[in-house]
Design a binder for this molecule. Structure first.
Ligand code: 4NP
Length: 154
């Protein structure tokens, strides 16, 4: 079982988009049973709130539901619970490190690292553009899955 936690600032736009997109991808590849996937915020801003309408509408275009998801905050204990803690941008990584203290087991990544890029996932809370964010998250999640499948086979 591979346990993945996606992390962003509010846990209402980007990290739930990554969570439910990856859940859909593993389902389609027939490997859902090998994964536990969730998402969390670095901040307390949106705790308890549902997923942002922009993310819900975008995922609904692909038949993906986010029903029941509400924002939760990352805790120090999550570091032991998960194998991969994946942030969306450089600020997320800094905030994750502040919460968990240290990354001795090298579990913390920025999503597009898996696609060989240092780029951030733009925050649609500020840009208003959920299409660009979706394309980048799709690229990152595809690369992450390919990385994990190669790693497991080799
Ligand atoms: P997210 O976007 O980090 O992708 O969920 C944001 C959501 C809410 C806020 C900032 C970013 N906020 O300031 O409340």
């Amino acid at each position: 079982m591979i346990k993945i936690l996606f992390i962003c600032l509010g846990n209402i736009c980007r990290s739930p988009m990554a969570e439910f997109l990856l859940k859909d991808m593993v389902k389609k590849r027939g490997i859902a049973g090998d994964f536990y996937i969730a998402s969390a915020a670095t901040s307390t801003y949106e705790i308890g709130n549902p997923v942002h309408r922009g993310t819900r509408v975008k995922l609904a275009q692909y038949g993906i539901s986010v029903a029941g998801k509400t924002a939760v905050q990352l805790t120090k204990e999550d570091y032991a619970r998960y194998d991969y803690l994946i942030g969306m941008d450089t600020a997320n990584i800094r905030d994750i490190m502040r919460i968990i203290g240290s990354d001795l087991q090298h579990k913390v990544y920025k999503l597009l690292q898996f696609a060989g890029s240092e780029r951030n996932i733009a925050d649609p809370w500020y840009t208003g553009n959920f299409d660009v964010t979706y394309d980048d998250i799709y690229e990152g999640c595809t690369a992450l899955l390919d990385y994990l499948q190669n790693k497991t086979i080799v």
